[in-house]
Ligand binder design. Structure first.
Ligand code: SAH
Length: 225
């Protein structure tokens, strides 16, 4: 999988992709994340990428020229399954969409900034618009990192125990059950006996029951979806 991320502040994401699971997946040759600085595609003297909004009002808008230049350059090099723009008015990102996108070969992520990007780019190039929740961020970089992480960890081999991603919250429509590690007893708090019984069937049943209970208490909406 290859993910090209277009941003006006790519450095915000570089450390993120150089650590943990994203780094491991990259080292294993499972994913390549390429960060593009939109300023490199500006033909203006000071590499400016934004401009005043038509109609007036507060805030700047990312201009169409550098963005289309960057997109056209990438699209001439390979075929992309998706061109994703991160935006508060997009489809709210959920596990199902992460699963779906984990099957893609090449994707472009566009991070907005300021008031957003010129609408014509959205109309002409963008295939999916994703929001990571009902709040407004200063830029799409954190949203891009969130989605890339959720997608990359699903690629087989990206995380140590391949089964682990499939037993996380949401995969089966339930939240995950509680987890414990050693010591079995700490300041009077004991790990549930059943988890130490060695009886896999009972443990499985206990975990399922806990997952259902937790989902009923915290996210009953998941059970009716
Ligand atoms: N004027 C826009 C907000 C711009 S915020 C509006 O009111 O909808 C600047 C950029 O941050 C956006 O273009 C988008 O790329 C990113 N962003 C902000 N909030 C986001 C969210 N909840 N999900 C995904 N991207 C978001």
């Amino acid at each position: 999988m290859r993910i090209d991320i277009i941003s006006v502040v790519p450095n915000l994401m570089s450390s993120f992709f150089e650590h943990s699971i994203c780094k491991r997946a990259a080292n294993a040759g499972l994913v390549e994340v390429v960060l593009h600085d939109l300023h490199d595609f500006s033909e203006k003297k000071h590499k400016q990428v934004d401009d005043y909004p038509f109609g007036g009002g507060a805030g700047m808008v990312i201009a169409i020229e550098p963005l289309t230049k960057c997109l056209d350059t990438l699209m001439a090099e390979r075929t992309y399954d998706e061109v994703i723009f991160f935006s508060p008015d997009g489809l709210v990102f959920k596990q199902g969409l992460a699963n779906q996108l984990s099957l893609c070969t090449n994707m472009i992520f566009i991070c907005g900034h300021y008031k957003g990007i010129d609408e014509r780019v959205r109309e002409k190039y963008v295939t999916k618009e994703i929001s990571i929740g009902d709040y407004v961020l200063s830029g799409g970089e954190l949203a891009a990192a969130v989605c890339a992480d959720a997608i990359i960890r699903l690629i087989p081999g990206a995380i140590g125990d391949e089964m682990s991603a499939l037993t996380d919250s949401f995969q089966d429509g339930l939240l995950a059950p509680p987890v414990y590690t050693r010591p079995a007893s700490f300041q009077g708090m004991d790990v549930p006996e059943i988890l130490r019984s060695g009886n896999d069937k009972l443990i499985e049943a206990w975990r399922h029951e806990q997952a259902v209970q937790r989902t009923m208490q915290r996210r009953p909406d998941l059970l009716t979806d």
